[in-house]
Design a protein around this ligand. Structure first.
Ligand code: G3H
Ligand code: ZN
Length: 284
């Protein structure tokens, strides 16, 4: 079926007090595995391509984006295409021509005032182009002379500041720092569920959980229950993908055909997606 707008999936999830999972695509095999996993679970999903992934592909956005869109369009479940963690407005502008219906504009490394100005400008442009825009509240604590990522350990989003940020930027969704951290390969993060509930009360747009790979199943469920409407997962898929490659090559070191080890890697990712979707699918 045709790609579905991200905003529609998130709005529907939020209204139903559920979440929609957003999985990161790095290779074509990721896209295929995520679509297969979504289909197996019978759940809508957001396929997201990060600026880092675009950089990995030599700055070429169109090949991976269009291939991912084609994979999604061949699926029987609703899938959306999202540009993740974009810091470069030039890349954001290219998104609209390549199947994306949404962007996460990441000004988290900027000081608070500059974050607000840059994000408000990005939101104005995105809305003019028909794109839904997610942002991250960047400098929410820590040392004044060392702007920290919203996902750095120990940094938390303040509900009043978050409400002000949304009002001043006009973003459609807000990524908040509640205890998760990017790129964790062990599921040892501990979320502040009380803070999620307070943010849910204070912030008028859907909340987004980043760095969800490090969050245990029970905390993921509780985070959705407390109000997370979009849950971003990347590293867990890469752990699965690499396990598939490593185990296959360890068992048969003489292999040279990439299909022989990328196939098992893709299967591992599909199974991980299906499992995570079952964890996240419980109604709030
Ligand atoms: O934006 C992407 C997510 O925040 C992914 O985080 O790789 O730690 O799961 P993760
Ligand atoms: Zn993230």
């Amino acid at each position: 079926m045709p790609l579905v707008p991200t905003g529609e999936l998130v709005a529907r999830a939020a209204a139903a007090r559920r979440c929609v999972a957003a999985f990161n695509v790095i290779t074509l095999e990721h896209a295929e595995a995520i679509a297969d996993g979504a289909q197996a679970a019978g759940r809508p999903v957001i396929l997201q391509i990060s600026e880092n992934a675009v950089r990995y592909h030599g700055g070429r956005l169109a090949p991976l984006a269009r291939a991912t869109a084609a994979v999604a369009e061949a699926s029987e479940v609703e899938l959306a295409l999202h540009l993740d963690h974009a810091t470069d407005m030039e890349l954001v502008r290219r998104a609209a021509d390549n199947g994306f219906s949404s962007v996460m504009f990441d000004a988290g490394a900027l000081p608070h005032d500059r974050n607000i100005a840059a994000t408000a400008e990005a939101a104005r442009w995105a809305h003019g182009a028909g794109l839904w825009l997610e942002a991250e509240l960047g400098y929410v604590g820590g040392k004044p002379d060392a702007p920290a990522s919203a996902h750095a350990a120990g940094v938390r989003t303040d509900p009043a500041e978050a409400a002000d940020y949304v009002a001043r930027t006009g973003v459609d969704a807000l990524a908040v720092a509640v205890g998760s951290s990017h790129a964790m390969t062990e599921r040892t993060a501990s979320l502040d569920h009380g803070l999620i509930a307070r943010l849910r009360e204070a912030v008028p747009v859907p909340l987004v959980l980043h760095g969800s790979s490090g969050v245990p199943d029970a905390d993921l469920r509780a985070a959705v229950e407390a109000g997370m409407a979009k849950v971003n997962i990347g590293t867990a898929l890469n752990v699965a993908f690499t396990r598939g490659v490593r185990d296959t090559l360890a068992a048969t070191p003489a292999l040279t055909d990439p299909r022989k080890y990328l196939g098992p890697a893709r299967t591992e990712v599909t199974e991980t997606v299906t499992t995570l979707l079952s964890v996240l699918s419980a109604p709030r």
